[in-house]
Design a protein around this ligand. Structure first.
Ligand SMILES: *Cc1c(COP(=O)(O)O)cnc(C)c1O
Length: 359
């Protein structure tokens, strides 16, 4: 591969994480969530690597169509369902399970005359207040779904947790109790837990867990890294030094002269910037890995380049590799420094970054 700036995606780590999640989830089935280009790791290659997952989930019909076009035959769930007749027909043609969360979607299914049948994941809103039927509507909606020819008998009942990453949260306890009360006595599989749920709230595991972030080896819980949870980071974002220069004490580096040398320095320039998804918010002192050593970012992140202080590493040469995040430098730590969450960092890796898959 000729590209200097690359994301290396370790599919062995991905499968390690899937096994680890199975173990933590007490035998629950795993709906592997691979929306948003598999959290930046590449939709189709990740789907193919996750052939042991019980089912795959995406947010949008276009993602499902792309998976089917690439020959992915696994059970596939549309987490937001469909929003018009066209999408419903595409979902039928591509054998997708549907989340049904609104009256509009219910009516769409009621008016669907074709012979296709769908497995429905009925979404109940227990406090997130984004998608889902209100608990008091549940019985009536369930009865309507069960009367439809287009809906298979074996439904899954689901809800989504708003605060699963907050261990002290009453919100999660309340959501779990409301879901239990609402669905009590109904014979159907249930699905509640995202990554934070399955890691922190055993009572949320039910028959199906829905991990996204944890599959990629990353922790959704603040102050804990994936590695501390027995997960392995799947992505390494790396690049190379493309120039090295001397900067005298008192001279500044980069746009806005945002950093000045307090001693005579050796500054490395590396081929990565916000045009690749390395956040511009990362400031002076952000760690970058040169081999196993942490070296500090200095000056502003620009579109195609960053600058690092190599003064304490006289052995560093043009062409040496740098790691921006990955094993040894958790994306969780970088996200914190950038004032965001690891989800956004991973999804934010841009098209220009070459992706290499390790098998
Ligand atoms: C994205 C998503 C998930 C996965 O969430 P993670 O925090 O990445 O594990 C699970 N369920 C639903 C409904 C989602 O939209």
């Amino acid at each position: 591969m000729t590209a200097l700036c690359r994301a290396t995606v370790d599919t062995l780590a991905l499968n390690h994480n899937l096994r680890r999640i199975r173990k933590l989830s007490d035998g629950a089935k795993v709906l592997a969530v691979i929306k948003a280009n598999a959290y930046g790791h590449g939709l189709v290659p990740v789907a193919k690597a996750l052939c042991d997952a019980d089912a795959l989930a995406v947010a949008r019909i276009e993602e499902a169509v792309a998976l089917r076009a690439a020959g992915v035959g696994q059970r596939l769930v549309l987490l937001e369902g469909v929003f018009n007749r066209n999408q419903l027909e595409l979902a039928a043609a591509n054998a997708c399970d549907l989340v049904v969360h609104s009256h509009e979607q219910l009516e769409l299914l009621e008016s669907f005359g074709r012979n296709s049948r769908f497995t429905v994941w009925l979404k109940i809103d227990t406090g997130m207040n984004r998608l889902g039927f209100r608990p008091e509507e549940f019985s009536a909606v369930l009865a309507r779904l069960r009367s439809l020819h287009a809906v298979r008998e074996e439904l899954v009942l689901m809800t989504h947790l708003a605060n699963a990453d907050v261990l002290s949260s009453d919100g999660t306890r309340n959501q779990l109790a409301l879901f239990e009360k609402t669905t009590r006595g109904v014979e159907a599989e249930r699905s509640i837990a995202n990554s934070a749920g399955l890691l922190s709230w055993p009572e949320s595991r039910a028959q199906w867990v829905r991990p996204g972030l944890a599959l990629f080896g990353v922790s959704p819980i603040a102050g804990k890294t994936g590695e501390e949870l027995g997960l392995k980071p799947v992505m390494r974002l790396g690049t190379e030094l493309i120039a090295i220069r001397k900067v005298a004490a008192g001279e500044s580096v980069g746009y806005g002269s945002a950093w000045s040398a307090s001693r005579d320095c050796r500054i490395g320039v590396a081929a990565i910037g916000y045009g690749d998804g390395y956040p511009r918010h990362l400031g002076n002192g952000t760690p970058v890995l040169l081999g196993d050593s942490r070296i500090p970012l200095v000056g502003r992140v620009s579109m195609d380049m960053i600058t690092v202080d190599l003064t304490d590493h006289p052995e560093a040469r043009v062409g040496d590799s740098l790691t921006l995040w990955g094993a040894g430098l958790p994306v969780e730590e970088l996200a914190q420094l950038a004032g965001t969450i690891p989800y956004e960092m991973l999804c934010g890796v841009t098209q220009r970054v070459a992706v290499q898959y390790l098998k």
